[in-house]
Design a protein around this ligand. Structure first.
Ligand code: F6R
Ligand code: ZN
Length: 199
């Protein structure tokens, strides 16, 4: 039997409202899915009692999750803070560590917090029109540092990459992005330890 041929397709990234005009999957992450991720656990628990609010959303274009394919979509992190720490994504390594990702910032302001299993770290600014290349091996988390605007990024990554959330769930990233005197500040995560010391 002849294999069904894939057909090229287009979709719109609407400007200026930074939305996709079509998508196959909509993921909504609320505060309760970030258990243990925010440093100020007291503020976290207090906020959760009030409301399990939506922190970020992902709109995905579905493709087979295999090598050769590219997965694309939009990530929208809403503005807000838990204690002094800005709203952010869970963050992950790719299960296939040797896979990269490209982010194109469409709206808002924030940071991509990144690190490798060896303990190297980097924090890059995200603002409209900037492209961020996340090389293979770098875990990544987007942080919205705006007081009132969504942070919207378009992403592209290999179909077989997969997501490893577990490593980050254990102790978070090496860096936290907090608000200090009305400005965003990158500080060390006191809970973070080098991989060798964790065993
Ligand atoms: C895919 C990727 C993004 C994120 C999205 C949500 O590899 O990096 O699409 O999945 O920004 O973040 P997480 O997956 O960390 O909850
Ligand atoms: Zn990723």
């Amino acid at each position: 039997m002849k294999k069904k041929q894939d057909i090229p397709f287009t979709f719109g990234v609407n400007i200026p409202d930074a939305t996709l005009d079509k998508y196959d999957n909509h993921i909504i992450r609320t505060l309760s899915s970030m258990q243990g991720q925010y440093f100020d656990t007291e503020s976290y628990e207090a906020m959760l009692l009030e409301d399990d609010q939506v922190l970020y959303e992902v709109f995905e274009i579905k493709r087979p999750e295999i090598a050769g394919e590219l997965l694309t979509g939009l990530s929208v992190v809403h503005p807000g803070k838990v204690g002094d720490e800005f709203f952010m994504t869970k963050g992950h390594f790719h299960t296939v560590l040797e896979t990269a990702e490209v982010y194109y910032c469409l709206q808002g302001e924030g940071y991509m917090v990144m690190e490798t299993p060896e303990g190297d770290w980097a924090v890059e600014e995200l603002r409209p029109g900037r492209v961020l290349y996340v090389p293979p091996r770098w875990a990544h988390r987007s942080v919205n540092s705006s007081a009132d605007e969504d942070l919207v990024t378009f992403f592209v990554y290999p179909g077989h990459a997969g997501h490893d959330y577990g490593t980050i769930e254990e102790q978070g990233f090496r860096n936290l992005v907090v608000e200090k005197n009305g400005r965003s500040k990158i500080i060390d995560n006191p809970r973070w330890r080098h991989q060798e010391e964790r065993k």
